[in-house]
Design a protein around this ligand. Structure first.
Ligand code: BGC
Length: 428
């Protein structure tokens, strides 16, 4: 009897939990940051340019491409119930119009395995990287982008059988900020103009990192093109599959400096709401939150002087997730949400647990207020290639030896697995 009771509290017994039955608990990854040797992609080409903004090259990354089974097993053994990973367009369509059946089969094997072991796959179709040929042809600034992305989504649709959660594009708003970064590839001699681009992107690539504050605003052409591409992908997926379609948006917990409420509305529109508005007809939206910041006369203000900051220079704000979810709910008119990224770059794993505890308390309060949130996916499963910063900034629940590729879960991984197994009752 006692044993039975213990067993039931160790599984998803939802009594006295703020989290609904079936709430997903997992961790997120992205192909370029984890798979390794993404050699036909635009970012790979950018990393090789002399004078590139990247602190180091992605190289083998974590060899997720070959080690995915071990990693899904790890997710499962930790007690997590969902795994977000991406399908890499550059692998599936390395040459325009030539779709690699073997690569589609590779991704289908991962989906099959997740479904077989009871780990919910949450799939991203585009996570910042594109095929090199696409970037060379103008990328997300080109008139053709919507058709080309549509071709790719049509090729992927048949392998999505049995999948529920699909995000078309990851953080189109952050991509629209970084857009200039991939433009050297459109020129015959990209190295010749990389310095010029680096200079214009300096605030983005500086110490504060790519999600940071003094960045240029999202550019309007990639914004509009990505919205159109998302809508195209949504209609293709609705016609050919039974997945729930959404996309994932970086929601920055923006708050007006007193007296600057109209500035807040303007910045919020360009940075977030134009994308959240385009989500209104989606089945769900992914919310990605790391920090919160004030908006004043000159826009986003970044971490105020003297506050605690993380490795990426972002203010330590566990409460940002609650703000982001509430804003998303309002801006989308209340479509189902999933936290598809939330985490902290830190070398101190106890700080990761503390940050995530605060974030989950905010999420629990949001659920108690009746907002519809379907899952929490931590960023990120393993320390990985953090874009321009290379491997130095560590967001992972699991450490990876980059020579042997051995995975070592940190205390935070076991802690989050326990939270998952008690459906949130053991947050504290
Ligand atoms: C991106 C991830 C990135 C994370 C931390 C998000 O903008 O989707 O790829 O690693 O933030 O910077």
């Amino acid at each position: 009897m006692t044993n039975n009771r213990t067993a039931s509290t160790m599984t998803n017994d939802t009594s006295d939990s703020s989290f609904p039955a079936g709430f997903l608990w997992g961790a997120s990854t992205a192909p370029h940051q984890n798979e390794g040797n993404n050699t036909t992609s635009d970012f790979w080409a950018l990393e090789q340019l002399p004078g590139s903004v990247f602190a180091e090259r992605s190289g083998d990354a974590l060899d997720l491409y070959h080690r995915w089974k071990e990693d899904v097993d790890l997710v499962k053994s930790l007690g997590l119930t969902a795994f977000r990973f991406g399908i890499e367009w550059a692998r599936v369509e390395p040459t325009r119009g030539q779709f690699a059946k073997a690569e589609l089969a590779h991704y289908r094997r991962i989906i099959d395995y997740c479904l077989a072991v009871g780990v919910e796959p949450v799939i991203t179709l585009h996570h910042f990287t594109s095929p090199l040929w696409f970037a060379q042809a103008g990328g997300w600034g080109s008139d053709e982008a919507v058709d080309r992305f549509g071709d790719y989504v049509s090729a992927v649709a048949p392998i999505l059988e049995g999948v529920t959660w699909v995000a078309t594009i990851n953080e189109p708003n952050m991509f629209a900020v970084m857009f200039q970064m991939s433009t050297p590839l459109q020129y015959p001699d990209p190295a010749a103009i990389v310095a010029q681009i680096n200079e214009s992107m300096a605030p983005v690539n500086g110490d504060a990192g790519i999600n940071s504050f003094t960045m240029p605003e999202p550019e309007s052409i990639p914004t509009q093109v990505m919205i159109a591409a998302h809508e195209r992908a949504r209609s293709i997926l609705r016609e050919k599959t039974s997945v729930k379609v959404g996309w994932t948006i970086a929601v920055q917990g923006l708050v007006a400096r007193p007296g600057f409420e109209s500035e807040l509305s303007r910045y919020q529109w360009v940075w977030e709401d134009v994308f959240l508005d385009a989500s209104k007809d989606d089945d769900w939206v992914g919310v990605q939150s790391y920090t919160s910041q004030l908006v004043g006369p000159d826009g986003l203000e970044g971490a105020p002087e003297g506050v605690e900051v993380t490795q990426t220079g972002w203010a330590y704000r566990p409460d940002a997730l609650g703000l982001a979810l509430r804003h998303t709910w309002e801006a989308t008119g209340g479509i189902p949400m999933m936290v598809t990224e939330n985490g902290i770059a830190t070398a101190d794993d106890q700080q990761r647990i503390d940050y995530t505890t605060g974030a989950l308390e905010g999420l629990a309060a949001v659920l108690r207020d009746g907002l519809d949130v379907r899952g929490y996916l931590h960023w990120t499963l393993m320390d990985n290639f953090e874009w321009v910063h290379g491997y130095e900034k560590t967001f992972g629940l699991i450490a990876v030896d980059r020579t042997t590729f051995a995975r070592t879960p940190k205390p935070s991984a076991y802690w989050l697995g326990q939270v998952a197994q008690t459906n949130g009752r053991s947050i504290r």
